[in-house]
Design a protein around this ligand. Structure first.
Ligand SMILES: *Cc1c(COP(=O)(O)O)cnc(C)c1O
Length: 365
């Protein structure tokens, strides 16, 4: 068999370890997954009711273009319906962007430690990846701008950045956008925007009005707690959205996903509660990290990346033995781990386990 030559070396995505697998392998009864930035509070009850109600229509194909969901999301965001495209998670929108825009030899610019799907999908299309080092965990926009050539097609900015959690500010982003050639797409991935409370966070929807080459990515997988149902979307200029729509699979979102997302949009109280509890969780976890004398990147999403001062695999294994699944092994940050903010009880259990692990490792040294 002869696959495309440039895909055979691609890494297979390594998801956070599933809870059931860890229970089985380590013989534990209680395991907390803080590895994939999932919502520890689940999803809105209204979304659950909508999913159950939709069961009656299981044999019927979904509305391929997500018309109702698009209309409701557009109204809430204050954009036109032709400015939105839905995908099976924002992962699917990233895939569609790559599929619609890249031809072999195109260049694409991204941070050297950011969400893996930008690179993965660009590689499948045989685009040339230009990775610009994060500066103190933060996107270096001037360096990204300096990397633009006449072959550049897409620049990816993850804000807050996964895995570091840092943000670029509105002013920094606007100054950057003013200088990017209008022929280059700028994709601003705002998967965690509903968690942010920093006043300098960019108003992406405002910037869309001035920059036709800007596309925002949003998702129902994080604060809305619907990761299993795969619903995410892109927001941009109608011309860009219609180009992406050309490569969309006919039924790329499910009936359950659409119904749950529509209901979730109406439950503002659930989102506000998760935002507030996450804010308290960040304050608690970062306070404890300071007490333990561990440094961390400014955390603007629902996760914190911190320096354990030990090889991260050792801390990861130590936490795992104590029933905490974290995320480690970032090539640029060999002593850091990333942890999702959980419920108060989960956060406390994580800190207690971390203290034990660090004590154990200190004795070994
Ligand atoms: C989780 C995440 C996504 C995508 O999630 P979907 O479930 O595919 O919507 C996109 N970007 C970033 C940065 C993420 O962390």
């Amino acid at each position: 068999m002869q696959p495309k030559k440039h895909i055979v070396h691609l890494p297979v995505y390594q998801p956070g370890k599933p809870v059931e697998e860890v229970k089985r392998e380590l013989g534990l009864t209680e395991v907390i997954k803080l590895a994939s930035n999932e919502n520890p509070f689940g999803c809105s009850d209204k979304a659950k009711e909508a999913i159950v109600a939709e069961l009656a229509n299981t044999s019927i194909y979904p509305d391929g273009a997500s018309v109702s969901l698009t209309a409701e999301a557009a109204a809430r965001l204050g954009v036109e319906t032709n400015q939105i495209i839905f995908g099976a998670g924002s992962d699917d929108v990233i895939l569609m962007l790559a599929r619609a825009f890249f031809v072999p030899g195109d260049e694409t610019i991204m941070a050297d430690q950011t969400f893996a799907q930008y690179k993965h999908n660009a590689e499948i299309e045989n685009a040339t990846i230009i990775e610009v080092p994060l500066n103190d965990g933060k996107h270096d926009l001037p360096a990204m701008l300096a990397a633009v050539t006449d072959r550049t097609k897409i620049i990816w900015i993850c804000n807050p950045n996964n895995p570091t959690g840092t943000i670029v500010t509105h002013d920094e982003l606007e100054q950057f956008l003013r200088q990017v050639p209008p022929s280059v797409l700028v994709v601003l991935d705002e998967a965690y925007c509903e968690y942010v409370y920093d006043e300098e966070f960019p108003l992406g929807l405002e910037l869309l009005k001035s920059y036709k080459n800007l596309v925002l990515l949003r998702t129902f997988s994080k604060i809305y707690g619907l990761a299993a149902l795969r619903v995410g979307y892109g927001i941009g200029h109608p011309e860009v959205i219609s180009l992406i729509n050309l490569v969309r699979e006919p039924f790329n979102t499910s009936r359950f996903g659409q119904a749950a997302a529509r209901a979730a949009l109406t439950d503002e109280e659930f989102v506000a509660r998760c935002h507030e509890l996450n804010k308290q969780g960040i304050a608690y976890v970062t306070g404890e990290l300071e007490r333990l004398d561990l440094s961390y990147f400014p955390a603007h999403g629902n996760f914190v990346m911190f320096d354990t001062k030990h090889p991260s695999a050792q801390v990861f294994d130590g936490l795992l033995k104590r029933g905490i699944i974290s995320r480690a092994k970032w090539s640029k940050y060999p002593t850091h781990i990333r942890i999702t903010i959980g419920s108060r009880e989960q956060n406390e259990r994580f800190i207690a386990a971390l203290e034990q692990v660090l004590q154990e490792l200190a004795v070994q040294v």
